[in-house]
Ligand binder design. Structure first.
Ligand SMILES: C[S@@+](CC[C@H](N)C(=O)[O-])C[C@H]1O[C@@H](n2cnc3c(N)ncnc32)[C@H](O)[C@@H]1O
Ligand code: SF4
Length: 466
């Protein structure tokens, strides 16, 4: 790429970088740059992949539970209303799906380092269903010793019996979407528990002392002023769970909040500059309390919080996916399990893996994975990228841009290692986008499939594109 080709990726200099470095945020979807496989080839390809006992590096598993008690206004992950009947039937189907693949050479090929039960709301399932599901996972998948098993949930309907069921079955990490502790902010979004109930719930989980407890906080919600945000952070730090995620609100098309904003009913919608300022406030606050930043949106307080699944996903680890709406990756092929519940149920009942779409990685995927993983942890070794792009002058191609970003306050250059500042971490998707464009544009990107890992099209991960 010529020097002029780098200019669109330059950041503003002289401004407050966390607020103003770029005019817009770039989206970098996990399935970017992958070639869709024709629908007629999916079934045979899946059979071939399942029969292959070669594994490419660390393995993960993801189980999707696509039910929610209500549609929270901000959320783009809602799919189906929870009913006890639907949830029971669904649990049976997912267990059948997991058990059917248990003996496949591809599943047995490699120990699974982390399992994530995400949604939707896994904690909407009954205690008996949660117990059955986790037991089936432990019985059917080759879990590595110390395998991280996360259950995602929310406060309402996650009673002590359900928590016990998860812990007894072997879950060792519980991730709770709190979003905000402020009662008015919560209720406006359809979150029924108030502040006191939310605090008491997280404290009770923490006091059990049997699993890593992690909470999600959102910033930029309607009515969530900077003062409310600081209060959210202070409450979270005082409760002292093992980890916390800070996510900037993404106004996702199709969500009730997006519709409200389009109709002028969200006049205080935060600008990107506002979100940048709130991110910095969160990052500085947690650093001041001694928390360690594990990734761009995740902080840990205790060693019990390892965040294995989320970090490995960014590295491009292989991931076995189960359940309607789940996304996985194996043998260089990413796949989506049918998000429509009926299509999913019909497929499982007919003895088929209900795959809705499959995509194939190209030869540049290891390079993209290395860039994504390095930027996610805030330190990218540019020298190491050369081995993944033979014949290309990676350092030379990037040097003018990296110097520009340094003067704009997004990165600090430390030999071959590019270290992201807080501003760089807030704008990480623009950095990934630029690396992709510079390193992959013009380079040969053949269509041939390759047996290397890639990022699964895990629906949970799209939230990080905010
Ligand atoms: C897949 S959702 C599941 C959350 C869980 N069911 C709950 O109700 O808390 C995981 C997380 O994505 C984040 N999220 C959801 N919608 C978002 C949005 N519009 N922008 C940014 N993050 C979002 C929230 O922090 C949420 O806890
Ligand atoms: S925030 Fe959780 S409960 Fe609410 S709609 Fe999204 S996934 Fe469902």
């Amino acid at each position: 790429m010529t020097a002029e080709g780098l200019v669109p990726h330059y950041a503003r200099v002289g401004a407050d970088p966390v607020r103003d470095a770029f005019a817009a945020r770039r989206a970098v979807m996990p399935w970017r740059s992958r070639r869709p496989l024709p629908a007629g080839e999916v079934e045979a390809t899946w059979a071939r992949l399942l029969a292959d006992r070669r594994a490419a590096g660390p393995r993960l598993a993801y189980v999707h539970v696509p039910f929610c008690a209500n549609h929270c206004l901000f959320c783009g992950f809602y799919r189906n209303a929870y009913t006890p009947q639907a949830a029971t039937a669904y649990t049976d189907l997912v267990i059948a799906e997991i058990e059917r693949e248990a003996d496949a050479p591809a599943v047995a090929a490699q120990p699974v380092e982390a399992v994530y039960l995400g949604g939707g709301t896994p904690s909407a399932l009954s205690a008996a269903e949660l117990s059955r599901l986790v037991a089936a996972i432990r019985r059917s998948l080759p879990l590595a010793p110390g395998c991280e098993i996360t259950i995602e949930g929310r406060i309402i309907h996650f009673d002590a019996e359900k928590v016990d069921a998860c812990l007894e079955a072997g879950a060792n990490r519980i991730s709770i979407g709190v979003q905000s502790f402020d009662t008015a902010v919560r209720r406006r979004q359809g979150r029924r528990a108030g502040k006191e109930e939310a605090i008491a719930f997280i404290e009770a989980l923490r006091d059990r002392d049997r699993a890593a407890v992690v909470i999600d906080l959102l910033f930029g919600l309607p009515g969530q002023t900077e003062a409310v945000w600081r209060e959210d952070l202070a409450i979270a730090a005082d409760i002292a769970p093992d980890g916390v995620d800070l996510y900037g609100l993404n106004l996702i098309p199709g969500t009730p909040l997006h519709r409200a904003a389009a109709a002028g009913k969200f006049p205080d919608a935060p600008t990107l500059a506002d979100l940048g300022g709130m991110y910095r406030a969160g990052s500085d606050f947690l650093a001041g309390r001694g928390w360690r930043q594990i990734s761009n949106s995740h902080w840990g307080r205790t060693p019990r919080e390892r965040n294995v699944y989320n970090l490995r996903i960014k590295e491009g680890a292989e991931c076995l996916a189960y359940g309607s709406g789940g996304g996985g990756l194996i043998g260089g092929h990413s796949y989506a399990v049918a998000p429509d519940l009926q299509t999913y149920a019909d497929g499982v009942r007919a003895g088929r893996k209900p795959i809705e779409g499959m995509r194939v990685s190209d030869t540049l995927q290891p390079l993209r994975n290395a860039v994504t993983a390095g930027i996610e942890v805030g330190a990218l070794d540019v020298g190491a990228l050369a081995a993944l792009a033979p014949g290309a002058d990676v350092a030379g191609a990037l040097a003018p841009l990296l110097r520009q970003w340094q003067s704009a306050g997004l990165v600090a250059l430390d030999g071959d290692v590019v270290r992201l500042t807080t501003a760089g971490r807030f704008w990480y998707s623009n950095l990934v986008f630029a690396f992709d464009a510079i390193l992959c544009a013009g380079a040969a990107a053949p269509d041939a499939p390759r047996a290397r890992p890639d990022l699964p099209s895990d629906p949970r991960k799209t939230r990080e594109l905010s």
